[in-house]
Design a protein around this ligand. Sequence first.
Ligand SMILES: [Zn+2]
Length: 237
Amino acid sequence: MEQQFELLRKYQSVDMELERYEKEMRASNNRKELMKYRDFLLEQQTLLKKIGSEVEVMGDRAEALADEVERLNAAVAEAAGLFEKETPQDAEQAEAQIASLQKLLGTITRYESEIAKLRKDADARDRLQHEVRVRAAKARAEFDRIKVLYDEEYKNASVKLEELQKRVAEEEKNIPAQLLEKYKTIKRHSSPPVTTIHDGRCGGCNTQLPAADMDKIRTGAPYVECENCGRIILVAE
Ligand SMILES: [Zn+2]
C-alpha cells in the first residue's frame, strides 16, 4: 500500500479514537444528570413567571372590582337617602325605586363574591409558587452538588482529550491537503471514511464493487471510491 494511505489509516485510527472519547465524555452520567436538573430548573423558572403574571392579572381585576363596589355602595347610600327624604308619590314609584336599589345590591353581591373567588385563587397560586420555589431550591442544590463532581471529571477527561487532539493534529500534518479535504468531506456522511475491501465489497457499507473497480484493483490501483457511500476503499495487502 502506498505510504500516504498508510498514513491516512493511521490518522483515521487516532481521529476515531478522539471521536469515541468525545462521545464517551458526552455520555457521562454526571453530565446527563446536570442537563436534567438544568432543564428542570428552567421549567420551574417559566412556571414561576407564569404564576406571577396570573396573580398580577387577578390582583388588577380584584382592585377594579373593589373600586366598582365602592362606587356602587355610594350610589346605594345616595338612593336610600333620597328614598327617605322624598316619600314616593305612589306605590308604582316606590316599587321602581326599590327595584333599582335591589338591582344595585345584587350587583354588589356578585362583585363581592367574584373578589372573594379571586382572592382564593390568588392564595392558591401563592401556595403553589411557594411549593415551586422549594422544589427549585432542592433541584438547585442537587445541580450544584453534581456540578462539582462533573467539573472534576471534566478536568480529568480534558487531559486525555487534549492529548488525543494533539495526536490527531500531529498525524494530520502527514496527510496531503487534498486527501485530508477528501477525508473530511466523506466523514460528514460516512464515518469512518477510510475502509478496506472485503470479498469484493466495500468494508463500510457492504456494497458489491462494480467490475470496473475490480479491474482497477487488479491493475494495481491502491484504492477505489465506493459508488454507494463514497468511502475510500483501500486494497488490503
Ligand atoms: Zn460503501
